[in-house]
Design a protein around this ligand. Structure first.
Ligand code: GRG
Length: 288
C-alpha cells in the first residue's frame, strides 16, 4: 500500500503544474498534495491490477478520481457548506486562498481531471476512455456526488422526503460510496473486465462506502483532531443526521461490522493484500 501511495503522490505532483496564473494552480495543488489517505486511487489501481491490467494504464484515471475527491473536500469546507477551517491537518483551502479562489480551485480540479484522463491515458482504447469519462461525469455530478450533498443540506434543514434511514443511506451512497464505486469501476474498465465482474466490484464498493461513512461518523464522535486532521465532534454539536445519531454507537458498530464482513467475503477470492489491509485497518480501529 505504501508503495502505491508513493506512486500516486509522485504522479499527482507531476500531473499538476504550477503555471501562470500561479494562484489558481497553487490553490488546486495545495489541498491535492496534503497527506490524504489516497484510498480511492489505491482502490482503482488495485482493482485494475488484480484483474490483470498494468497499473500504469490506469494511473491518470486514478489521479483524476483523487482530484474529483479533493474538489468535493474543498467545496464541502466552504462557509456556505460545512464551514470547516481544517482539512488534512492544515487550514482549509478557503482559509489560505480566500473563498473565491477556493471555489475556482474546486471548479478547476473538476475540469482538469477529465482533461488529464483524455490527454494521458495513451495505453487505453478510445472506447475505454469514453466509458471512463461517462462514469466520471455521471458519478461526479447530479447523478451522484451532488445529489448526495443536496439531500444532506436539505436534511440539515429538517426537510426529509423519505424516512431518516432511507435518507441517510441515499446521502452516503451518493456522497461517499459513489467515489469508491467510480474507482473500482474504472479499474475494471481499464482491465477489460466483463459486466458481471464489474458489478461484483460495484457491490463491494457500495458496501465499503457505507461502512467507511459509518467509520467516519464513529470517528467524529470518538476521535481527536490530531488523529483525523479535521475538526471533530461537529456532527453531534449540530444535531446532524448520522449513523451514530440515528442508530446509536453500538448499533452503528454492528452495521459497520456486517458491511465490512461482506466486503471481506466478496474480495476473498482475489487474495488482495491491499484490499485486506484497507479492511483490516478500519476494522481494527473500530474494535480498539
Ligand atoms: C462535484 C461539483 C461537485 C460538488 C461536490 C461538496 C460536495 C458536492 C460533496 C461533498 C462530498 C463529501 C465531502 C463527502 C464526504 C466523504 C468523506 C467521508 C470524505 C473523507 O474521505 P477520506 O477520509 O479523506 O478518504 P482523505 O483526506 O484521507 O482523502
Amino acid at each position: 500500500m505504501k508503495n502505491l501511495i508513493k506512486i500516486i503522490n509522485e504522479s499527482l505532483d507531476e500531473y499538476m503544474p504550477i503555471i501562470y496564473p500561479e494562484e489558481i494552480f497553487k490553490a488546486m495543488k495545495y489541498t491535492l498534495m496534503l497527506p490524504g489517505k489516497r484510498l480511492r486511487p489505491v482502490m482503482c489501481l488495485e482493482t485494475a491490477r488484480i484483474l490483470g491490467c498494468d497499473i500504469k494504464k490506469v494511473l491518470p484515471s486514478a489521479c483524476a478520481i483523487e482530484m474529483l475527491h479533493v474538489q468535493s473536500l474543498i467545496h464541502d469546507d466552504l462557509p456556505c457548506m460545512d464551514n470547516d477551517d481544517f482539512r488534512r491537518g492544515k487550514p482549509s483551502n478557503h482559509k489560505v486562498f480566500g473563498e473565491a479562489n477556493a471555489i475556482l480551485a474546486g471548479d478547476a480540479l473538476l475540469t482538469f481531471a477529465p482533461q488529464l484522463i483524455i490527454e494521458k491515458s495513451t495505453d487505453l482504447s478510445a472506447t475505454q476512455i469514453v466509458r471512463i469519462i461517462h462514469e466520471f461525469t455521471k458519478f461526479g455530478g447530479a447523478y451522484g456526488l451532488i445529489a448526495g450533498q443536496v439531500v444532506d443540506i436539505e436534511s440539515e434543514g429538517g426537510k426529509l422526503v423519505k424516512s431518516p434511514e432511507e435518507t441517510l443511506d441515499f446521502i452516503h451512497l451518493n456522497k461517499t460510496a459513489v467515489l469508491f464505486r467510480l474507482a473500482v469501476r474504472i479499474g475494471a474498465i481499464a482491465a477489460g473486465a466483463d459486466d458481471s465482474v464489474t458489478n461484483e466490484f460495484d457491490v463491494f464498493a457500495k458496501k465499503f462506502g457505507l461502512a467507511f461513512q459509518i467509520y467516519d461518523d464513529i470517528m467524529d464522535e470518538i476521535s481527536s483532531f490530531e488523529e483525523l486532521g479535521k475538526t471533530t465532534g461537529k456532527d453531534k454539536a449540530s444535531g446532524k443526521l448520522t449513523y451514530v445519531s440515528l442508530y446509536g454507537l453500538e448499533s452503528a458498530k454492528k452495521k459497520f461490522n456486517y458491511l465490512i464482513n461482506d466486503c471481506y467475503d466478496i474480495i476473498d477470492k482475489y487474495n488482495s493484500e491491499i484490499f485486506n489491509e484497507i479492511l483490516d485497518k478500519l476494522k481494527t480501529r473500530i474494535e480498539s
